[in-house]
Write a protein that binds this ligand. Structure first.
Ligand code: HEM
Length: 441
């Protein structure tokens, strides 16, 4: 769909000589890179800063893997040794504190980036034809990220690690018929213990690389039909695009710079702000903490889990909350992708975002009083948004007119911007006549 008739106009192979040419002839790696992130990847010229978040997610994943490998060199995956080994990393290992704080806060930022990435896709309808599989790959990565982060949180073997693992693994016991047997097998005993800890350590390490592999397939699928853009319309020809390099490599680098500033502020000035103080108490199977809460990025899901009074019901609600996202490309019946041209969906998007934030707030609060009711209402709305509103609004809403092409929309936008600036240009010199500074130009 994305202007494939104009393929030859968009593409431009690189020719290499010398050693590079020798390698390229045998393994066309340089053209492969150039097609992926170089001058040969045609990118819609109007993508905004929200299109930085995919590459940021990739960088965040690399940071997690690198810092994780260093931590693994010093970590001891035993019930007796885990907590002490993390404390040793913090106090005795050279720069151990830096790697640990970078890994823990890096996980938080990774989720923040991926959630913005996901909501960007919901706003601009990037999940729609022909990017459904790309969306699915993203969702599978999200589920793996949730699993990986949960397992990672268990590794320091603090109070919250231990009791978080107890609450969540207990959910498997809710499964009819095989529940008890499954739990026994998972725990390798009658409570959470070392077998589970070792299993989680092994999977935590492994899944990071599964996510990395899937990220490559994700980009592969992206490149098949290329990026969507804020207008949600297809690329019609060379006038609509710019080469990825240098225009978007520079833009992505700028985004990465901002990311590093936020990252540094967290790691160096507030490394424990997002964490739970109870996790600095060694795991104690005889002492349950007053409130067992997951990290902030899992709170909305935790609220959905607790919204149903029945254990199995909660697990089903949680699973459905994730599974319903896979159906979004078909639940959304609108022909128009971008919310910019969808007056009603645009409002629903913000209401849905507010609903998820409310779920997060409820997930972090004790399950009592008004929090129970609010959590249940917000959970119901979560499903109503996808299963009722999305299909109906797509049919009923009248979208505003779409521009003919990306290029015409960009030119018109520029004209509008200039028109807005013109009166100021006219005013500035006359105003500066009387002003001593005279800096109006
Ligand atoms: C490890 C996590 C992830 C990584 C490394 C990643 C990476 C990327 C990159 C580099 C892009 C292109 C740049 C951009 O459009 O921002 C992209 C696009 C996209 N991603 Fe992801 N992503 C991740 C998670 C997700 C998730 C959780 C979803 C959705 C559930 C998702 C859905 C999409 C879609 C639909 C696009 C195309 C967007 C467009 O062209 O407008 N991704 N991703």
């Amino acid at each position: 769909m994305a202007g494939h008739d104009d393929e030859h106009l968009l593409h431009n192979e690189i020719k290499l000589l010398g050693v590079l040419g020798w390698v390229e002839y045998r393994l066309p790696i340089f053209n492969w890179i150039n097609n992926a992130v170089g001058t040969n990847y045609p990118t819609p010229k109007n993508v905004n800063y929200f299109w930085n978040f995919g590459s940021l997610a990739g960088i965040a994943l690399v940071i997690q893997i690198l810092t994780g490998i260093v931590l693994a060199a010093h970590y001891v995956p035993t019930a007796d040794g885990a907590f002490a080994s993390v404390e040793r990393i913090m106090r005795d290992v050279n720069y151990g504190w830096l790697f640990r704080y970078a890994h823990a806060n890096g996980a938080s930022l990774f989720f923040a980036v991926v959630y913005i990435h996901l909501f960007r896709n919901l706003y601009y309808g990037s999940y729609k034809y022909p990017r459904e599989l790309l969306w699915w790959l993203g969702l599978i990565m999200l589920i793996l990220m949730i699993t990986t982060a949960f397992m990672g949180y268990v590794l320091p073997w603090g109070q919250m690690s231990y009791w978080g693992a107890t609450v969540i693994t207990n959910l498997f016991g809710a499964m009819p018929i095989i529940g008890d047997e499954l739990l026994l097998w998972l725990w390798g005993g009658f409570t959470v213990g070392e077998v589970l800890l070792r299993g989680f350590y092994s999977l935590h390490y492994l899944l990071a690389f599964v996510i990395a592999g899937l990220a490559i397939v994700h980009i592969w699928a992206l490149h098949q039909h290329r990026s969507n853009n804020p207008l949600g319309i297809d690329i019609k020809g060379p006038q609509d695009i710019l080469p990825f390099h240098p225009y978007f490599t520079v833009k992505d680098l700028f985004g990465f710079g901002i990311y590093l500033i936020v990252f540094a502020l967290l790691v160096f000035y507030a490394p424990n702000m997002l964490g739970e103080p109870d996790n600095y108490i060694p795991a104690d199977p005889l002492q349950t903490p007053a409130h067992i809460v997951p990290e902030w990025y899992l709170l909305p899901f935790y609220a959905i889990l607790r919204a149903v009074p029945d254990k199995l019901g909660g697990v089903i609600a949680l699973a459905l909350a994730l599974l319903v996202l896979f159906a979004v490309p078909w639940l959304d019946t609108s022909k128009v992708r971008s919310a910019r041209f969808r007056p009603i969906y645009k409002q629903l998007f913000w209401i849905f975002l507010a609903d998820v934030l409310i779920l997060g707030w409820v997930g972090g609060s004790p399950p009592e009083g008004m929090f129970i009711t609010i959590g249940q209402l917000a959970t119901v709305y979560y499903f109503v948004h996808f299963l009722v509103l999305l299909p109906i609004v797509g049919k009923l809403e009248s979208p505003t007119p779409l521009p003919d092409s990306i290029a015409t929309a960009v030119l018109e936008e520029n004209k509008r911007k200039k028109a807005r600036k013109l009166p100021q240009v006219g005013v500035a010199p006359s105003a500066s006549h009387g002003a001593s500074s005279g800096g109006g130009h």
